[in-house]
Design a protein around this ligand. Structure first.
Ligand code: SAM
Length: 175
């Protein structure tokens, strides 16, 4: 959120690729302001219910749309005027805390979603991605993300922040 706060401005379009409990969604909705908009994706009804309640509680419902849909379908679900105009796409991988831990993000679909996210960003736009290695499939997902980033070439600038826990990737679209 700190890295994105300098990138996502009032009036911007932004995407939350893993809505979950809606914490990042609230952050993005505040950043885009009353004239901006945030589109959020999750595969779980429970997640969207939690997030909807959080957004409504913060009085930000007007600037948010939610899709019960995998982020690997992001481009197809986007309004026609969004591609090339998106300021940021946030990914917080893994499972929904407090719910079914088998409903996790998966390497195969995560890299599809990353390609789509990069394709819809404006120049200077940012993908943030938080990845966890502790759950089944988590380490493989990190390997897949690293492989995807390695083939991005000069299209983007990547910063990887390692920690004993999650890894934070910041991917800036250059042109
Ligand atoms: N960003 C959230 C927040 O601020 O509360 C936390 C996200 S949680 C760690 C990960 C979420 O990704 C879960 O709610 C899970 O249902 C969702 N998810 C799993 N696979 C997905 C997919 N293919 N597309 C979109 N969301 C997915």
């Amino acid at each position: 959120q700190q890295a994105l706060s300098g990138v996502v401005q009032a009036g911007d379009l932004a995407i939350d690729a893993t809505v979950g409990n809606g914490h990042d969604l609230v952050f993005l909705a505040k950043q885009v302001g009353i004239r901006g908009h945030v589109l959020g994706f999750d595969i779980q009804t429970a997640a969207l219910q939690q997030a909807r309640a959080r957004i409504a509680g913060a009085g930000l419902g007007e600037r948010v749309s939610l899709r019960l849909c995998g982020h690997e379908n992001m481009v197809a679900a986007l309004p026609v005027e969004w591609p090339g105009q998106v300021a940021a796409v946030m990914f917080n991988l893994g499972y929904l805390p407090g719910f079914d831990k088998s409903l996790v993000t998966r390497a195969e679909t995560t890299v599809i979603a990353l390609s789509q996210a990069l394709s819809v960003l404006r120049a200077g736009g940012l993908i943030s991605l938080l990845a966890y290695r502790g759950h089944p499939g988590g380490a493989a997902e990190v390997t897949a993300v690293d492989a995807w980033l390695a083939q991005c070439g000069r299209q983007c600038r990547v910063v990887r922040h390692d920690s004993p826990g999650p890894i934070l990737y910041l991917v800036e679209r250059l042109a």
